[in-house]
Design a protein around this ligand. Structure first.
Ligand code: DC
Length: 235
């Protein structure tokens, strides 16, 4: 009796530090390839948000992991930014989890090994046909180590602070460049130095420095890398 071994759906991973443009690239790539999208940072943001709302201490790993396991979240496609709206128990919290404070909380809960463990299977469940573009910090190293295409974006901390500043001002949100630079540096440090799943490129990742590239350039480069590995846009 012959058994068919079914290959899992293809995955493109997009990792890199805060504010490097992973989200924008992942959204455009998913559109071009006709793939699903996983914004793994949103999961960490949601855990931080729900923990704060429930009054759970950030130094209580068991309680934080419980929140991660029981997260009643649903991602709904929309045409706004972010492209996937997050609903917790039916309420849209997408804007609440996008603040700088929510980013800081996310970075704190993301350093807790039990939280990462609790989110692992949930992230892998996104890998369904026709394929997935997954954006985060450890997509290529831990969550999808067998991904067909691995991209790692970089840009200087100054450039990333500048981009974030422009985004916030465009949205009418008050911000200062000095404070954003300090926050980005602090998050970089925490995300890179943590003991579990620290931010680093997978050995087989293609590193793209986006400092002086437009988003169109980055997308073109990403599609080139994907095509070389047999992952091509929808006809
Ligand atoms: O990508 P983001 O800014 O939404 O991520 C928020 C935080 O979550 C970030 O500081 C690091 C953490 N994170 C992580 O540790 N692993 C991931 N795969 C995604 C995000």
């Amino acid at each position: 009796m012959s058994r068919t071994v079914r290959r899992p759906a293809p995955v493109v991973t997009v990792d890199g530090p805060s504010g490097v443009g992973k989200g924008t690239l992942a959204r455009l790539l998913a559109q071009r390839l006709g793939f699903h999208l996983l914004d793994s940072g949103a999961l960490y943001r949601l855990v931080g948000f729900c923990a704060r709302r429930a009054g759970v201490a950030f130094d209580d790993p068991a309680a934080l992991a419980g929140i991660a396991r029981e997260l009643d979240v649903e991602f709904v496609a929309g045409d706004s930014d972010p492209p996937l709206r997050a609903r917790v128990a039916g309420t849209d919290v997408s804007d609440d989890i996008r603040t700088e404070a929510a980013g800081r909380d996310a970075s704190l809960v993301a350093a807790v090994p039990a939280v990462r463990e609790a989110l692992l299977a949930r992230q892998r469940d996104f890998r369904v046909p026709p394929g997935l573009v997954a954006d985060g910090r450890d997509m290529g190293t831990v969550v999808f180590p067998d991904a067909e295409v691995k991209l790692f974006l970089t840009a200087s901390a100054e450039e990333r602070a500048h981009r974030r500043y422009k985004q916030l001002i465009a949205k009418g949100i008050d911000a200062t460049l000095t404070r954003l630079s300090a926050e980005i540096a602090e998050r970089d440090r925490r995300d890179s130095e943590r003991a579990v799943a620290p931010l680093r490129p997978a050995e087989d990742a293609v590193v793209v420095d986006t400092s002086s590239l437009s988003i169109d350039d980055v997308l073109a480069r990403a599609l080139q890398v994907a095509a070389a590995r047999g992952v091509c846009p929808r006809p």
